[in-house]
Design a protein around this ligand. Structure first.
Ligand code: 0PR
Length: 383
């Protein structure tokens, strides 16, 4: 017989190395609990959480430097220039996670395209949620290769732009760029991907589900404010340190959300653009609380700490003769023999491999130097 739920505890985060989720910030945990019995899917009844959701959308847009546009020319209504500026209007909602946000982005593109037989072009590094999107929405998924991870470190793991350009056509509804790939933490060249999309009038979607909360603190040479990005996935329940479930979908134009909306005749509000109906108010409140506590200094500090930790681990692994893959954001992917990876898992390390078999250490806030020292001690013992 199983012991009663009250006697059971979740796993500790001590040995969790490959997860993209983490311990929520204390303020986020508290807010989640306080808003547990709310449903932002019914904003007329649950008004406070609906208001919090609008604030989260503005927070995310500010973080992503992704101001909304209102005029026909597509010019941003407001440019986010420094930490004190606010985004006046932003469109989007708090999803159940990156999967829902990606599905909805593909759905919006399909709703808005003139194509008869729409396709979506994604890099091979794209998260498997795009396969779900393609299956559910009956669109063709065109996967284009990324540069080999053991090749030129400048391009390794990023989308092959020539292949991408060759793959888009008049039937392309959307082109996807990944900003923080699940396996290697790589960031695709967003403006060049957007250029390729524009040649065929396709929508541009950026999947920054994991990377979105780190990108503002890196010196990438583009901004969402410059690149004509239509939609972004950016998840508070990953690097945002909010409680699950709190994903984010942002849109540049209200028409994108309108294309997702269905009539809701018996609710006081008359349309709903979300994929789910009843939703977690806990995730919404938690995302707002985490942002309040951490933006921008806490997120910056978390990113700098994770970056230093990744660099340290990288050096330690190379000194032991292992190959470490290039990264933009702090995920250390290291080629370990399969038997060693299995032995480390056996020793309790929660490590998941890439498709090519490298071990991935995702430097989330709960991963610290002492955990990684213990990991290396086990690695030295087992190799
Ligand atoms: N886009 C990217 C770039 C992602 O990395 C992920 C999830 C998603 C979309 C989908 O997000 P949701 O899982 O919120 O729907 N990446 C991780 C993965 O699939 C998710 C994860 C999180 C896995 C925590 C394990 C874990 O412990 O590997």
């Amino acid at each position: 017989m199983q012991s009663p739920v009250a006697d059971r505890r979740p796993q500790s985060f001590d040995r969790v190395l490959s997860s993209m989720c983490t311990e929520p910030h204390p303020a986020a945990r508290e807010a989640a609990e306080r808003f547990l019995a709310t449903n932002p899917g019914d904003p007329a009844t649950y008004e406070t959480v609906a208001e919090l959701e609008r604030e989260v959308v503005a927070d995310l847009a500010r973080l992503a430097e992704h101001p909304a546009v209102d005029d026909a020319e597509g010019a941003p209504t407001e440019r986010v220039t420094d930490d004190t500026d606010t985004v006046e209007s932003a469109y989007g909602y708090v999803t159940s996670g990156g999967t829902e946000a990606n599905i909805q982005a593909v759905r919006a593109a399909r709703e808005q395209t003139d194509a008869n037989d729409p396709n979506v072009v994604v890099p091979a590094s794209a998260h498997f949620s795009f396969q779900k999107a393609a299956a559910v929405l009956d669109v063709e998924l065109r996967e284009v290769p990324t540069h080999p991870v053991d090749g030129n470190p400048e391009q390794a793991g990023r989308v092959d732009l020539d292949a991408l350009t060759a793959a888009v056509d008049e039937e392309t509804a959307a082109v996807v760029a990944v900003a923080g790939s699940t396996e290697y933490g790589r960031v695709d060249p967003v403006p060049a991907v957007a250029d390729a999309a524009q040649t065929v009038d396709a929508a541009v979607h950026v999947d920054a589900a994991w990377g979105g909360f780190a990108l503002p603190f890196t010196d990438h040479d583009w901004s969402f404010a410059d690149a004509p990005v239509d939609t972004i996935t950016i998840d508070p329940h990953k690097l945002g340190q909010a409680a699950v479930p709190a994903g984010g979908l942002l849109a540049r134009e209200p028409a994108t959300l309108d294309s997702l909306a269905v009539d809701t005749p018996y609710l006081e509000t008359h349309a709903q653009a979300t994929l789910t109906g009843t939703r977690s108010g806990a995730g919404v409140a938690s995302a707002r609380a985490a942002f309040d506590a951490l933006y921008p200094d806490g997120y910056r500090a978390a990113h700098e700490r994770a970056t230093e930790l990744a660099a340290w681990l990288d050096t330690e692994l190379r000194q032991r003769g292992y190959e470490v893959r290039p990264r933009d954001l702090p995920i250390v992917a290291v080629a370990l023999p399969e038997s060693l990876l299995a032995a480390l898992r056996e020793a309790g390390w929660k490590l998941s491999p890439t498709a090519a078999g490298e071990a991935r250490v995702v430097c989330m806030p709960h991963v610290d130097r002492s955990a990684l020292e213990a990991f290396l001690t086990d690695l030295d013992r087992l190799r």
